[in-house]
Design a protein around this ligand. Structure first.
Ligand code: 5GP
Length: 205
């Protein structure tokens, strides 16, 4: 029987290591990762179609008009959206799909896909978050202060998530996130078709 895939939303503080965790989930467990479209300019090293599909505002607006996104949001002056076709195709094929998106998008997904799993990644403390941002060595003091302020705002949204996972040790974090997804897939509510088929088979035997 072809079971539909699960839709997994991962959000978290900037500096909590979302990108690294998601990369490991894809490599270690074979999750499908949705590549978003954005109007922001590529950062150094980013490749069109790999990190994002980089679009002009006009192209992005056209995609909205054609119902090309399952969700989109504005974040710090730029648009970000999850392309519909990939997600629908992967879910129908029974693959588990990860979206790495911010909170407005996450809430939007939950409305449309009530069975989706919402996971928020955090460091174990605010002090560690700040240390990580400083440790990157790429951000000025002013930018770090801005990111910390943003983290305070995002902490209000944390409560809207179903799972909060601390990324202290990377292996543990990746393992924990995968365990949540596996457990969710075993819920009776996720297996109604399977149970029906099993009953029919038992009757027929
Ligand atoms: P960045 O510009 O740093 O790559 O991403 C900024 C924020 O946008 C991050 O919180 C990221 O998770 C979020 N984001 C990336 N893609 C999408 C998307 O398709 N939809 C939404 N709602 N947020 C996204």
């Amino acid at each position: 029987m072809n079971k539909k895939g699960q839709l997994i939303v991962i959000s978290g503080f900037s500096g909590a290591g979302k990108g690294t965790v998601v990369k490991r989930l894809v490599e270690d467990y074979g999750y499908s990762l949705s590549v978003s479209a954005t109007t922001r300019a590529p950062r150094e090293g980013e490749v069109d179609g790999r990190e994002y599909y980089f679009k002009s505002r006009e192209e992005f607006m056209n995609l909205i008009d054609y119902n090309g996104f399952i969700e989109w949001a504005m974040y710090v002056d730029n648009y970000y959206g999850t392309p519909r076709a990939f997600v629908e195709k992967e879910l129908a094929a029974g693959h588990n799909v990860i979206l790495e998106i911010e909170v407005q998008g996450a809430m939007n997904i939950k409305k449309q896909y009530p069975d989706s799993i919402l996971i928020f990644l955090t460091t174990k403390s605010a002090a560690v978050l700040k240390e990580r941002l400083i440790g990157r060595g790429t951000e000025s003091e002013a930018v770090i202060a801005k990111r910390m302020k943003r983290a305070l705002e995002e902490s209000e949204d944390m409560e809207q998530y179903e799972y909060i996972v601390v990324n202290d040790d990377l292996d543990t974090c990746v393992h924990d996130v995968n365990s949540i997804i596996v457990a969710n897939g075993c819920k009776a509510g996720e297996n109604i078709d399977f149970m029906k088929a099993m009953k029919e088979e038992l009757k027929a035997i």
